[in-house]
Ligand binder design. Structure first.
Ligand SMILES: Cc1cc2nc3c(=O)[nH]c(=O)nc-3n(C[C@H](O)[C@H](O)[C@H](O)COP(=O)(O)OP(=O)(O)OC[C@H]3O[C@@H](n4cnc5c(N)ncnc54)[C@H](O)[C@@H]3O)c2cc1C
Length: 507
């Protein structure tokens, strides 16, 4: 049967756009359908965390993002705490968060997806979706009326109320919203003493185009449902109550209410339908993890779905998307429930005093190096690892690989691990001269397009690769296999087994 595209991506938010770029990079025909006619001018998210910056770096894109934003050394674990997490101690080429509006992030991701050949059609709403043994069909309403699009797979990157999730029959269990907060972007605000609202737990950020963002929780209004619109008067009153001044806010450009509903899709895949981003997980936006988690879903899924479409995926590879990312979704939703409680309790009269004591205690703990290292590793997502099934696998298996400086043996050129991942292939990196065991790619298992084999010397003060003879890095920058053996026959056998367990040998 005729197919209009290989993969249909529903939704051009940050998750859908990065996924489209990843699929297009791998040479997969990709169509993104987005119901909005224009890109969103308002930004919910304002930042990218270290792991998101790393994955962009792995595609040679980080500089585009860094050029438009401002780096900050850390991020708030939860608003009432005064000690921010310090990312600067993390082992990464990007040990900082980047302040960049979601609108700009989306614009850059869209530019990338289009450059690589993905098609993005705005003003097209997917109204229904069904799958059969050979593919997926989507009913679409757009400027030319109602049409049907046929694809091999469809991915729901269509946000919290995902139609794809419902069409796939995937449950979205979790908890209802129990409190809400308000966000407002204002053209006018009094900047003479922004520390005052901050001292009283109001979040304040300077945005592009001269706007100032305030995020406030009002004990008198925190049980108002998120669907109820926010008025300027309500916002001013909330600021007055929180910090004794309305901070001169006027000319609002965006006023909204958001809540702590927390849900996680039961499965991330049902046959030919998959979910990523807010379609798969929602939670209170504390610690700035929603968009970041969505980008990391897209990075995990892109190459696996491309492998499935192109017929080189080892059996079960696409299912590892669910097993790896659903677990991360569980961790993020569980963590944000705890973080949200830290935001809520100081607003509730009966808990106000003990909640302050709890926050003081946590602030002291955050000052301890080990606590900071642990929580910063979680929030930044640099500690996200995908544990291997095989208990005898090398300890690095499943962990992300840092951007280690390298000198290529072939021509003495200086490069780095992340630079060698730009083209989205797997990387077979040989780090020790083992006679008769140069990293030849075995037989039909590997087409040059899929795996790049490189011999290099690691240097700098990195110790992550010390002792390794060879490492196979996945296109998303996680270690697929690593070994310290120097025995040529053993090395050859291990490597062949590793490649064959990721790549379908018969294709
Ligand atoms: C106040 C607030 C602040 C936040 N701050 C942060 C932060 O600092 N950092 C962070 O990481 N996260 C933050 N988040 C969360 C973040 O905004 C979301 O997690 C992120 O937007 C999810 O991206 P997405 O692409 O998965 O979904 P979305 O951004 O929701 O995109 C989904 C897209 O799908 C489209 N769509 C939906 N249905 C259809 C259909 N049937 N047909 C076609 N198109 C469709 C929609 O129009 C939309 O464009 C914040 C959220 C809020 C509310």
């Amino acid at each position: 049967m005729h197919r209009d595209t290989d993969v249909l991506v529903v939704g051009a938010g940050p998750t859908g756009l990065l996924l489209a770029a990843e699929l297009a990079l791998a040479g997969v025909r990709t169509l993104v359908l987005e119901r909005r006619c224009e890109r969103q001018a308002n930004s919910r998210a304002l930042n990218l965390h270290p792991r998101s910056l790393e994955i962009l770096d792995q595609r040679g894109l980080a500089d585009r993002f860094l050029a438009l934003g401002r780096t900050v050394p850390g991020w708030q674990f939860a608003a009432p705490l005064t000690t921010p997490l310090d990312f600067s101690v993390l082992n990464s080429a990007h040990p900082h968060a980047l302040l960049l509006s979601q609108a700009r992030t989306e614009a850059l991701l869209e530019q990338r997806a289009v450059e690589l050949g993905a098609q993005i059609r705005r003003g097209h709403t997917v109204t229904d979706l069904w799958q059969d043994a050979a593919g997926v069909s989507a009913g679409v309403t757009g400027p030319d009326g109602h049409t049907t699009v046929r694809a091999e797979f469809a991915v729901g990157c269509d946000g919290a109320r995902s139609l794809v999730r419902r069409a796939a029959g995937i449950a979205f269990p979790g908890t209802e919203e129990t409190f809400t907060a308000m966000v407002g972007d204002f053209a006018d605000a009094d900047h003479s003493d922004l520390q005052r609202p901050r001292r009283h737990g109001v979040l304040v950020s300077r945005l592009e185009h001269g706007l100032t963002r305030f995020v406030v929780m009002d004990p008198a209004r925190m049980r108002t449902p998120s669907a109820e619109p926010v008025t300027l008067e309500e916002f001013r009153t909330a600021l007055l109550r929180a910090c004794g001044t309305d901070c001169g806010v006027a000319r609002p450009r965006w006023l909204s209410r958001f809540g702590n509903a927390t849900r996680l899709a039961e499965r991330y895949r049902s046959g030919r339908l998959l979910l990523a981003g807010d379609a798969a997980h929602i939670h209170f936006p504390v610690g700035a993890q929603g968009l970041n988690t969505g980008l990391q879903d897209a990075m995990n899924l892109g190459w696996k779905l491309a492998a499935e479409v192109q017929g080189w995926a080892a059996p079960g590879l696409l299912d590892t998307y669910h097993s790896e990312r659903h677990r991360v979704g569980e961790e993020v939703t569980a963590r944000t429930e705890a973080q949200a409680l830290l935001v809520e309790l100081p607003q509730v009269e009966q808990y106000r005093r003990p909640a302050r004591r709890l926050c003081e205690l946590l602030d002291t703990l955050l000052g301890l190096d080990q606590v900071n290292q642990y929580l910063a590793g979680l929030l930044s997502a640099l500690d996200t690892a995908y544990p291997p099934q095989d208990p005898t696998a090398h300890a690095l298996t499943g962990r992300r690989i840092p951007d280690i400086p390298l000198t290529l043996s072939a021509d003495g050129r200086r490069t780095s691990v992340h630079s060698l991942l730009h083209d989205g292939t797997m990387l077979l990196l040989s780090l020790a001269d083992v006679p008769d065991a140069s990293p030849c790619l075995p037989s039909s298992a590997v087409r040059p397009r899929l795996v790049r084999a490189v011999t290099a010397r690691a240097h700098g003060d990195e110790d992550a690769l010390l002792g390794l003879t060879e490492v196979l890095v996945r296109p998303d920058g996680h270690v697929a296999w690593a070994t310290e053996t120097k025995d040529p026959r053993e090395l050859h056998a291990e490597r062949t087994h590793a490649l064959n367990s990721w790549i379908h040998a018969a294709k």
